[in-house]
Design a protein around this ligand. Structure first.
Ligand SMILES: [Zn+2]
Length: 155
């Protein structure tokens, strides 16, 4: 018998795409380069692979798990050690979306949501195409010397 797809397995699949999309979106927004991004809380620069998709509100339940405005590229230190480094995170959110964002996330946090597999499949496909969209929306501007191993001739 084939491996049966369960809601929790499917959620993990969506998370993979969601996390990739969130980190890429924020890398491009903060550095113009898809490989490097600034942590939403401390503002330090990290490689894409070292960034995590960190939620503003703890809990990670269904209604907030894949909510784009509540999740941003964050360094390990802020996300895990500082439990989200929420004060600086809040400042960044207000700068990005305006004052209403905190209330919006709080309201969203109250929603009780149950996922079904087809819905998760839609989400997965959706985040995949959003990733493509943000990558195509702007030309990468990676000026970091560590990025270009082959030395291109200066012009
Ligand atoms: Zn940080």
């Amino acid at each position: 018998m084939k491996n049966k797809m369960t809601v929790s397995k499917m959620k993990k699949k969506v998370w993979t795409e969601f996390s990739k999309y969130i980190r890429t979106r924020d890398c491009l927004r903060t550095t113009g380069c898809s490989s490097w991004g600034l942590c939403v809380s401390c503002g330090k620069r990290y490689h894409f692979k070292l960034l995590q998709a960190g939620h503003f509100l703890p809990g990670r339940h269904n209604a907030t798990l894949f909510y784009e405005r509540g999740c941003h590229a964050q360094c390990f230190y802020c996300n895990m050690r500082l439990y989200g480094n929420t004060l600086s995170y809040m400042d960044a959110l207000i700068k990005l979306y305006g004052e209403g964002i905190i209330e919006e996330l709080r309201e969203n946090d109250k929603i009780i949501k149950k996922f079904i597999i087809p819905e998760l499949e839609d989400l997965r496909i959706g985040f995949k195409s959003k990733l493509k969209e943000v990558l195509n929306a702007q030309k990468p501007a990676c000026e970091d010397p560590r990025m270009s191993k082959k030395s291109s001739k200066p012009r």
